[in-house]
Design a protein around this ligand. Structure first.
Ligand SMILES: NC(=O)c1ccc[n+]([C@@H]2O[C@H](COP(=O)([O-])OP(=O)(O)OC[C@H]3O[C@@H](n4cnc5c(N)ncnc54)[C@H](OP(=O)(O)O)[C@@H]3O)[C@@H](O)[C@H]2O)c1
Length: 287
């Protein structure tokens, strides 16, 4: 089994992964290291990147480096672009760094919304632009833009949904432009996935307990589906049957309102269950 990167099994080339210090990014690093890719791992938390590299080097015969960068900062983003342009054996670029925001758009700090557009959209577009000349000149390579189911189903995370929808539209059109070049693009659209995403203090509007257990995906499953999707040439990859079904239903004008209704119902029911639980707990604390 080999991805369409144009490189033999012995020398798979290098994969550059943003947001590799935890969650999906770290899991991409683990699965790609096992397949023999050299790695450049990008994130802000140096210790986390170094710990992961130490873990990977003990089990896999690869080269790996940490590139500490904050993709919301111009100088850091430029350093990552330059590193990409210097990687003559660049086989994979995975634009995965991202975060969620709590609260309502109209009450938010506009700086945080713009930071999200910068990290999800501007950084991904710039890193694609930096990577493509290298990949096209080699006639091989692949880019994975980590979007979300929130790109396909409108959610209350306004800018989050919009930035992820951009990545899906961008990837779809880019794939058309790249036809016949040997370079592939994928927009990965995971549903709820067990990572640190929902733990970050300013992250995500939804609490974990509001989401039923059967909707949660494991990072291993998401990354396996993404890499398998690349092998099959999928431009939009939706891991998990339940999410595939939801994406199909939301794309149909007749069934789309039903999906929105179900999503709203699940969310509101869980929210009221949680409110009751919180009230009961605070009453028993006060006794
Ligand atoms: N978990 C879900 O339910 C879910 C569902 C759909 C899509 N996604 C998407 O999946 C991607 C990965 O998220 P995850 O679930 O794996 O969450 P995670 O465990 O919180 O990982 C997020 C990663 O992004 C990095 N990052 C955030 N801001 C950054 C910045 N300014 N510069 C550089 N790196 C930055 C973080 O590293 P540092 O903090 O070290 O910088 C971390 O490595 C995100 O794009 C997210 O939107 C997640």
């Amino acid at each position: 089994m080999d991805l369409r990167t144009g490189l033999g099994v012995a020398g798979k080339g290098t994969a550059l992964i943003t947001g590799a210090s935890s969650g999906l990014g770290a899991e991409f690093a683990r699965q790609l290291a096992r397949r023999g890719y050299d790695l450049v791992l990008v994130a802000r938390r140096r210790e986390r990147l170094e710990e992961l590299i130490e873990e990977l080097l003990t089990t896999c015969k690869i080269a790996a480096e940490a590139l500490v960068a904050d993709l919301s900062q111009e100088a850091d983003l430029r350093r990552v672009e330059e590193r990409i342009a210097s990687l003559q054996n660049l086989a994979l670029l995975i634009n995965n760094a991202g975060f969620g925001l709590r609260g309502r758009f109209h009450k938010s700090q506009i700086e945080e919304q713009l930071e999200m557009i910068q990290v999800h959209v501007i950084a991904s577009v710039r890193l694609c632009r930096a990577a493509l000349p290298v990949m096209i000149s080699r006639g091989a390579g692949a880019i994975i833009n980590v979007a979300s189911m929130a790109a396909l189903i409108p959610t209350a995370s306004v800018t989050y949904s919009a930035t992820k929808a951009y990545l899906v539209a961008f990837s779809r059109s880019l794939q058309i432009e790249l036809e016949g070049s040997g370079v592939q693009v994928q927009a990965l659209c995971p549903g709820f996935t067990m990572t640190e995403f929902h733990d970050a203090p300013r992250s995500s509007r939804m609490e974990r307990t509001l989401i039923p257990g059967w909707l949660w995906l494991r990072p291993e499953t998401v990354v396996r589906a993404s890499l398998r999707g690349l092998e099959r040439g999928e431009t939009v990859c939706i891991p998990g049957m339940i999410y595939k079904l939801a994406a199909w239903l939301i794309a149909e004008p007749l069934t789309a309102p039903l999906v929105r209704l179900i999503v709203r119902h699940i969310y509101l029911r869980r929210k009221s269950e949680k409110a009751i639980k919180d009230r009961t707990e605070s009453k028993s604390d006060n006794k």
